[in-house]
Ligand binder design. Structure first.
Ligand code: IPD
Ligand code: CA
Ligand code: CA
Length: 261
C-alpha cells in the first residue's frame, strides 16, 4: 500500500504543480454542457496522472473524468479527478484540487487529495487513519445541527426537478448555522475530515468526485452514507458525509419534502 500511496502522492503533486503554474494564465475553455467547463489544464493533468499510474502499474484499470480508458479487467482500479473545481480554476477562484483514489475488489483503499494553492495534502489508506501534510486529522465534535457549518454543491444540468438540490439547500438554511458552496466536492469532503466543516451533502456526483474524499472522511472518524442512511457506494450519486454526531439530523432534513416548510 505504501508504494501505491507514494505513486498517488507524486502524481497528485505533479498535477497540482501544473495547476499552480498555469493558474494566472488565460485558459482554453471548452463546454461539456451549458455550464460544465473543461480547460486544457484538466486534460494535461489527467494525462500526467494517467501516465504515472500506467508506468507504475500497467495492468491496473483507470477511471478518470476526461477520457474513457479501455478496461483490462483488473481488480485494482484508479479513480481520478485531475482537477476538481474546474469552474473555480477557470475563473481564478483559488479553490480546486487533484483527487486520486485506488479501489481494490470494489472497495476504496487509498485516497489522496492535493490542494495546490494551500499546498495541503490529504491522504488516507483503509485502516491507516487520515492525514493532512503528515499530521493525523479528525472530524469535528460539533453538534447539534443548528450549531454546524455545512457544505453542498449543485449539479451542472440545473433541471427543475427534485434533484436540483435547491429545496434541500432552502431547508438547511433554516436548520444549520450556515452553508457553503465552495465548488469542489473533493475539498468539501477533505474539510469534513479535517473538522473544518461539520457535514456535507450533494447529489449527481461521479465516482471521481468522491472516491478519495469519502475514504478520508471515514478514516478521520466520520460517517458517510447515501441520503437514506444506506451504506455508501461511490457509484451512488447522492452522498452525505459528516462528523457522525449530526448525521441523523442531516438525513432527517433530506427526508423533508421539497420546500419542506
Ligand atoms: C464539480 C465540483 C463541484 C460539484 C460538481 C462537480 P468538477 O467537479 O466538485 O463542487 O458541485 O457537481 O462536478 O467538474 O469541477 O471536476
Ligand atoms: Ca469533480
Ligand atoms: Ca474535474
Amino acid at each position: 500500500m505504501n508504494q501505491y500511496l507514494a505513486t498517488a502522492i507524486a502524481a497528485a503533486r505533479a498535477a497540482g504543480g501544473r495547476q499552480r503554474q498555469s493558474y494566472e494564465q488565460t485558459h482554453l475553455i471548452e463546454f461539456k454542457g451549458e455550464i460544465n467547463l473543461v480547460t486544457e489544464v484538466d486534460k494535461a493533468c489527467e494525462e500526467l496522472i494517467v501516465s504515472a499510474i500506467r508506468t507504475a502499474y500497467p495492468d491496473h484499470d483507470i477511471i478518470a473524468e476526461e477520457e474513457d480508458y479501455a478496461r483490462r479487467g483488473s481488480s485494482s482500479v484508479w479513480i481520478i479527478d485531475p482537477l476538481d473545481g474546474t469552474t473555480n480554476y477557470a475563473h481564478g477562484f483559488p479553490w480546486f484540487c487533484v483527487s486520486i483514489a485506488l479501489e481494490q475488489e470494489g472497495e476504496v483503499v487509498l485516497g489522496v487529495i492535493y490542494q495546490p494553492f494551500t499546498d495541503e495534502l490529504f491522504t488516507a489508506t483503509k485502516g491507516g487513519g487520515a492525514w493532512l501534510n503528515g499530521r493525523p486529522i479528525r472530524v469535528s465534535q460539533r453538534s447539534p445541527l443548528r450549531s454546524c457549518l455545512l457544505a453542498t454543491g449543485f449539479p451542472y444540468d440545473r433541471t427543475p426537478d427534485n434533484e436540483n438540490n435547491f429545496a434541500h439547500f432552502y431547508n438547511f438554511q433554516f436548520t444549520a448555522r450556515a452553508i457553503r458552496r465552495a465548488g469542489s466536492a473533493a475539498l468539501d469532503l477533505a474539510c469534513v475530515a479535517a473538522g473544518r466543516l461539520d457535514g456535507y451533502w450533494e447529489c449527481k456526483l461521479n465516482p471521481w468526485d468522491v472516491a478519495a474524499g469519502s475514504l478520508i472522511v471515514r478514516e478521520a472518524g466520520g460517517r458517510v452514507s447515501g441520503y437514506g442512511g444506506e451504506t455508501y457506494d461511490i457509484r451512488n450519486h447522492r452522498i452525505v458525509a459528516s462528523n457522525g454526531l449530526i448525521h441523523d439530523e442531516i438525513l432527517a432534513v433530506l427526508a423533508q419534502k421539497e420546500g419542506g416548510r
